[in-house]
Design a protein around this ligand. Structure first.
Ligand SMILES: [Zn+2]
Length: 218
């Protein structure tokens, strides 16, 4: 079921959303692969649809009333997934968003007019990329606090070996399960070892300009 690693990664490559090079990652480590998830959404609507059909197929045997997508990346995935679930099951499935608060606390909330789609409803949380799974876990808790019954979490790419337990759910299915290694900057990192310049467009390479010989402003 679902689309699987091979097809999923092919779609990311087709959309130009899987980069190879030398990247400084958010956690301070280096990587030689970078998933530029926004590019898939921006460049390849057909790929998004195919991935969301995979998610919908994986959850078609569960009773789902509402798909919730955490802002901002997952909203469109939630919409397509709800649309395909409606098609596959012949039941009305609604998509809503979990909004991100603007206070810098990285908390989520649900618009008041959308709460009726959560209270006493069976919920699927749809997320795009799972690195730590923290955002999805927060939306699971939020949905439960709003009176929803969270059936599971579905998503696009689990690149952090996130588990259902990490998310606080029984069922967690990602369409792609592939973890790329990350390295301590230095001799362990193939990019550093081979003196590959840091990517200035993706990741945090830019922040190293002036302090690292492999970080050169373009
Ligand atoms: Zn490196």
């Amino acid at each position: 079921m679902g689309i699987g690693n091979e097809r999923g990664i092919e779609l990311f490559k087709r959309a130009g959303a899987l980069k190879e090079g030398h990247f400084r990652l958010t956690n301070g480590n280096d990587g030689i692969h970078y998933v530029a998830k926004d590019l898939l959404r921006e460049n390849d609507d057909d790929a998004m649809r195919e991935i969301c059909m995979g998610i919908a197929q994986d959850f078609a045997n569960f009773k789902i009333d509402t798909v919730i997508g955490p802002e901002s990346g997952a909203v469109k995935y939630a919409q397509y997934t709800a649309m395909f679930l409606s098609e596959l099951t012949g039941r009305k499935v609604v998509a809503i968003r979990a909004r991100k608060s603007n206070d810098g606390q990285k908390q989520f909330y649900i618009d008041e007019q959308d709460l009726r789609w959560v209270l006493c409803r069976d919920i699927l949380i749809a997320e795009d990329i799972f690195t730590t799974g923290k955002s999805a876990a927060k939306v699971v808790d939020l949905s439960t606090a709003c009176g929803g019954n969270v059936v599971g979490v579905g998503g696009v790419w689990n690149r952090g070996a996130v588990t259902a337990e990490d998310l606080g759910v029984e069922v967690f299915i990602a369409q792609i399960n592939r973890q790329y290694p990350t390295f301590e900057p230095g001799e362990d990192c193939p990019g550093c070892r081979n003196k590959v310049l840091y990517d200035m467009q993706f990741g945090h390479g830019k922040s190293l300009v002036g302090t690292h010989p492999l970080a050169i402003a373009q």
